[in-house]
Design a protein around this ligand. Structure first.
Ligand SMILES: C[S@@+](CC[C@H](N)C(=O)[O-])C[C@H]1O[C@@H](n2cnc3c(N)ncnc32)[C@H](O)[C@@H]1O
Length: 293
């Protein structure tokens, strides 16, 4: 294991078969956010799952973008709240699908009688997660059904169906911190499979970057450094969209709500700082038919 003070930019790039290292970073942020006295989230497993590598990457990113921990906490808090509301609501959302799960622990944290959790992830990331979960005592590994899928090459819905997902029943599908790593064709394919292949009240919850964060031609020092770091970890920012509504409409969605990370943060913490640049990242809830709650 590398020492935390080594520069992750010097670490060897990972090939595309490697487990996601940004997933370890996100877990490290969740661990820290959980340990704050005014915590917005609670993930008791995150510290162990992040490992030293996750902490080292988070520390390196902190030096460029000091608000990333808050950003992750806000996103996770919003998603947790949405999942709880849909699962407890009158719409019968008794299936939760976590796309690009990384070290997400919702299957354990939000476990609810009668609700089935599925985790879909790149095979390399999922295997690494199961290895790390195997070292944790007390984690209910059986809380989720695990589905290996590369969104660039496989049809996630076919794989879910093979593991017992029921397309006749509404689901809550989360896609947290994933769209930015995918080609637009993979994003659109996934959207269209959810809109047309799942029960129409199924709701998709995801976040996306705006184009300027992804656009390598932008001469913004911090963003260039962040892009370079992610790239050196083997996970390039590929996809960004300023207004996802046309794409969502084209791929079959007819109910859409969205908010900026600034709005989420203000609502959850009562604070706003323009310098965080949270206005360039947004969350979206979308479904084919209005999902009743
Ligand atoms: C930044 S991590 C986010 C993980 C998790 N959703 C979270 O918020 O903690 C990105 C995730 O996207 C997944 N991912 C990236 N590209 C993928 C692909 N082509 N197919 C499947 N999963 C992919 C990675 O395996 C990783 O789990």
């Amino acid at each position: 294991m590398r020492a935390p003070d080594e520069n992750p930019l010097d670490w060897p790039a990972m090939n595309e078969r490697s487990a996601s290292r940004t997933a370890s970073m996100v877990a490290a942020y969740r661990a820290r956010a959980t340990e704050r006295p005014d915590a917005l989230i609670s993930d008791p497993w995150a510290r162990a799952l992040a490992g030293e590598e996750g902490e080292a990457i988070a520390e390196a990113v902190d030096r460029m973008m000091p608000d990333r921990e808050l950003w992750v906490a806000v996103r996770t808090a919003w998603l947790d709240e949405q999942i709880r509301r849909f699962v407890a609501g009158p719409g019968g959302h008794a299936q939760v699908v976590v796309l690009g799960a990384g070290f997400d622990t919702r299957a354990a944290r939000l476990a609810t009688p009668g609700v089935r959790f599925f985790e879909v992830d790149h095979p390399a990331s999922q295997r690494e997660k199961l290895t790390r979960l195997g070292r944790l005592s007390g984690y209910p590994v059986e809380a989720a059904t695990y589905v290996e899928c590369d969104f660039e090459h496989h049809d996630f819905l076919e794989r879910l169906l093979a593991r017992g997902f029921d397309v006749a029943r509404p689901a809550v599908i989360t896609w947290e911190g994933v769209t930015m790593y995918l080609a637009e064709t993979a994003v659109r394919h996934t959207l269209s499979r959810i809109a047309f292949g799942c029960e129409p009240h199924t709701v998709l919850l995801f976040d996306h970057l705006m184009k300027k964060i992804v656009d390598a031609s932008r001469q913004h020092e911090t963003e260039q450094a962040a892009r370079r770091l992610v790239q050196d970890l083997g996970e390039r920012f590929v996809f960004g969209v300023n207004d996802p509504l046309p794409m969502l409409y084209e791929e079959g969605f007819r109910w859409v709500q969205s908010a900026s990370f600034d709005e989420l943060c203000l609502n959850l913490t009562g604070s706003y700082e323009r310098s965080r640049e949270f206005r360039f990242q947004r969350v979206v809830a979308a479904s084919r038919r209005p999902p009743s709650r």
